[in-house]
Design a protein around this ligand. Structure first.
Ligand code: ZN
Length: 589
């Protein structure tokens, strides 16, 4: 895309090709093996490839993180038309937004620790180990801790740094699914309360945040101190204390993973330091890094799934799969498990695998479709996905999921254990209010009724015209790929330029897009709201905008034609959904 930039190719390409060939030799399903010695042999084979793939992928992640960190400084990411690095990474790199934030934060911390950074970049210290020593590897103490991080295990580093009680702020909190059956009369009330919760919070609040607000509201009104204990009853936290001695014993025993073939560390791919202040160069570099990463990720996903399936960690003497992920892959258990789950789904949904491997949809879009779509609906979503922003796809899939949930008559939501514990407290309070009678579904109905009553009273009625634009735009920023709530109404044709005050000249924007991007002309919008708008994102001198699309009545985007004049719609052009999006619209994925 755009002018060519002299980039070094992936220096580890030959290794990746070799790994991909070996990975293809491991079939799925794996042959059933009973003999212990064979199991160990098999596990060792899978592990060798998995480990190398993790190192290669991890090395690229380091480089991606540093680029994202550079984009987050000043207003660089805004110049690309995104309100935040998280939105940018999701839409343009297909990276999960919170993963991208963690990668960028990690790079920022490394910036203040040059020696640790050098060791991580050289592949001598895994990100997990670097995280473990991060709090203490400062100033004069840095060389000592970098030395320790090269030799010691993650477990022992954590123990040395703060007596094992490490709570990494970037540590993912555990999630679990919360599920109750809903009687038919309760369903609309719960839906209504979830909608009102959005008005209480912000329009882009997740379903988990909305549910949390409902439970908080109810618990605030009816909870009693004795309910506090209910949290533990629902969510016994997995105890690290039980597994810790086993890990230590195994380490002392024979340093089990020593006999695994020793691979040279893989250095993060070099990037041009001069590119650091130019958002367009950073963007090109990031896209190039992500296309390199995809090859490693294919091998990694396949091998991680096999390794978990054959319980390789057990045969190679690790205390748990988590122990293995941290020590050997330098990754969190959750990150590996998430990748394994996607891989399993991809085997069940071959058309999704094809779309991903042909890069028709991004990794994050594939993950969303795999998570929400049922087997029958998958092809329809693959068809739509390239013409949608990633955040638009997620909202559409969640809406579809809500409808399915209603049809099934249950309320089912994955959520952090923290929210689940709060829900248990709110449900206990509701049960007490009902005199100990009723079902969980009915108690959820009581919680919903209470919230509707409180929030309908509290919610200020805005003037009718403002409300109608807000309602039409669902309270969300309308810039393609923006995840933020819409806070400002923007006149498409400025009032000063004679723009009218009618609905078709107004759209909702988040403050960042409105005050920064639109007014500094990094984002341009012309035409008529809601579905005859032309969006140009990342407008820059001398090169075409990063994205140039028209909004369609079905909420998707169509690539705009370069020869169209800036004012939109140009006379005589019929805006209609016609066929597939061109390359430009799919570059949004
Ligand atoms: Zn926005």
């Amino acid at each position: 895309m755009g002018e060519s930039i002299a980039h070094a190719a992936d220096p580890n390409r030959a290794l990746l090709d070799a790994l991909a060939r070996v990975a293809a030799m491991f079939p799925r399903p794996m042959p059933r093996v009973r003999d212990l010695a064979l199991c160990v042999e098999l596990a060792r084979g899978v592990e060798t490839v998995l480990h190398a793939a993790a190192l290669g992928r991890g090395a690229i992640d380091i480089a991606v993180g540093e680029r994202l960190d550079a984009l987050s400084q000043g207003n660089l990411v805004l110049k690309l038309g995104s309100a935040s690095v998280a939105d940018y990474a999701r839409e343009w790199l297909g990276l999960n937004a919170s993963t991208a934030q963690k990668m960028s934060r990690f790079a920022r911390k490394l910036r203040e620790r040059p020696q640790l950074r050098a060791a991580v970049w050289a592949g001598e210290v895994s990100p997990r180990r670097a995280q473990a020593v991060m709090p203490v590897a400062i100033g004069d103490a840095e060389p000592y801790w970098v030395g320790r991080a090269k030799l010691d295990t993650v477990r022992s580093l954590k123990a040395q740094v703060n007596g094992g009680a490490s709570q990494d702020p970037d540590e993912d909190e555990p999630w679990a699914r919360f599920c109750v059956d809903l009687p038919p009369e309760v369903q609309p009330r719960v839906q209504k309360a979830m909608e009102l919760a959005g008005e209480q919070l912000v329009a882009n609040a997740t379903r988990q945040q909305r549910f949390e607000a409902m439970c908080q509201e109810y618990y605030g009104a009816y909870g009693e101190p004795e309910d506090e204990g209910a949290a533990e009853a629902v969510a016994p936290p997995p105890t690290e204390a039980e597994i810790e001695p086993v890990k230590e014993w195994l380490e002392e025993q024979a340093q089990q993973w020593r006999f695994l073939s020793q691979l040279e560390p893989i250095a993060a791919p070099w990037t041009d330091p001069d590119a650091r202040r130019d958002p367009s160069l950073l963007h090109d570099e990031l896209r190039r890094l992500m296309s390199m990463r995809a090859g490693w990720d294919d091998v990694f996903g396949h091998m991680a799934m096999l390794f978990k399936k054959v319980k390789g960690w057990y045969f190679l003497g690790f205390a748990s799969f988590e122990h293995y992920c941290e020590e050997r892959l330098g990754m969190s258990l959750r990150a590996v498990q998430q990748r394994v789950r996607l891989e399993q789904r991809l085997y069940r949904l071959p058309s999704l695998r094809r779309a991903l491997s042909q890069r028709r949809i991004s990794y994050e879009k594939a993950r969303l479709i795999a998570r929400y779509a049922d087997d029958a609906g998958v092809d329809g979503w693959i068809e739509r996905a390239p013409r949608m922003s990633c955040i638009g796809l997620r909202r559409a899939l969640e809406g579809h999921e809500d409808a399915k949930m209603c049809a099934r008559g249950n309320f089912s939501l994955p959520m952090p254990l923290r929210i689940r514990a709060l829900a248990a407290m709110a449900f206990r309070a509701a049960r007490r209010q009902a005199g100990g009678h009723g079902s969980p579904g009915e108690w959820l109905g009581m919680i919903a009724d209470h919230c509707i009553e409180v929030w309908e009273k509290a919610s200020p009625r805005k003037n009718a015209a403002a409300n109608s634009v807000r309602k039409r735009d669902l309270g969300l920023c309308q810039v393609p790929g923006c995840s933020r709530a819409g806070e400002h109404e923007h006149h498409v044709v400025f009032r000063s330029a004679g723009g009218g005050n009618g609905r078709s000249n107004k759209i909702l924007l988040c403050a960042t897009h409105h005050l920064q991007c639109i007014h500094k002309r990094w984002v341009r919008v012309t035409g008529e709201a809601p579905d005859k708008l032309r969006w140009q994102l990342g407008v820059r001198p001398g090169r075409p905008p990063l994205l140039d699309v028209l909004t369609m009545p079905d909420g998707s985007y169509l690539a705009a034609r370069r020869d169209w004049p800036d004012s939109f719609p140009p006379p005589g052009v019929e805006v209609a959904t016609t066929g597939r999006a061109s390359e430009e619209a799919s570059s949004l994925s």
